[in-house]
Design a protein around this ligand. Structure first.
Ligand SMILES: CC(C)(COP(=O)(O)OP(=O)(O)OC[C@H]1O[C@@H](n2cnc3c(N)ncnc32)[C@H](O)[C@@H]1OP(=O)(O)O)[C@@H](O)C(=O)NCCC(=O)NCCS
Length: 166
């Protein structure tokens, strides 16, 4: 039996083409992301933390290939929200439900706690049941539901808001 080893580590600029490749499917083919099309490489490069920044961008590598990534955005630029982040976490669509998301989430939560982040928020499109279950399994609780705030593929989209106090 072939055993693949997952490594979660900090992302580098050279991982960004693989990250873009993972996001490509969700942006172009699904309502999981509200992007209308895949952004360019700089969209992700810009999210890489500067040295000393209270942020993080992680990738999961399996057998030498990047199979998922997670980063956190600032929830708001307002100073009072400085201990709150919004999560983005994506597994290669060919490799879901194999523990990649879990490995990334465990590590990003450790990292965010180390950075003194208090609350992690996820905004999930209604109908994305695997993601809702993934978050509920991981001590997130649903705290809100917004109707028709998104629009993609000629339809209005609702979102669930989940949060975990770290
Ligand atoms: C949500 C996502 C990150 C989860 O990652 P994953 O690698 O597929 O999930 P894991 O294999 O690590 O699963 C961890 C737990 O989540 C739950 N889960 C994952 N996929 C599930 C599914 N299809 N149905 C039900 N529960 C599921 C399970 O409880 C699972 O634990 P278990 O294997 O012990 O039962 C991944 O499916 C994904 O990238 N989805 C699209 C993007 C997205 O929705 N991102 C979140 C919003 S930013």
């Amino acid at each position: 039996m072939l055993i693949l080893t997952k490594i979660v580590r900090k992302a580098t600029i050279s991982d960004m083409p693989a990250v873009l490749n993972i996001y490509h499917y969700y942006a172009d083919e699904t309502t999981i992301s509200f992007a209308e099309e895949t952004p360019d490489l700089f969209y992700f490069v810009d999210k890489l933390p500067e040295s000393g920044e209270r942020n993080s961008f992680l990738v999961c590598e399996e057998d030498g290939a990047i199979v998922g990534y997670a980063y956190s955005n600032y929830y708001s630029s307002s100073y009072g929200y400085r201990h709150t982040r919004e999560l983005s976490i994506y597994t290669n669509n060919q490799a879901t439900s194999k523990g990649v998301g879990q490995a990334l989430l465990n590590e990003i939560i450790n990292e965010l706690k180390r950075l003194n982040i208090h609350v992690l928020i996820s905004v999930i499109t209604a109908g994305n049941e695997p993601s809702i279950k993934f978050h509920l399994k991981n001590q997130f609780e649903e705290v809100g539901f917004l109707k028709e705030v998104g629009h993609k593929f000629d339809q209005w989209l609702d979102v669930h808001i989940l949060q975990r106090i770290l």
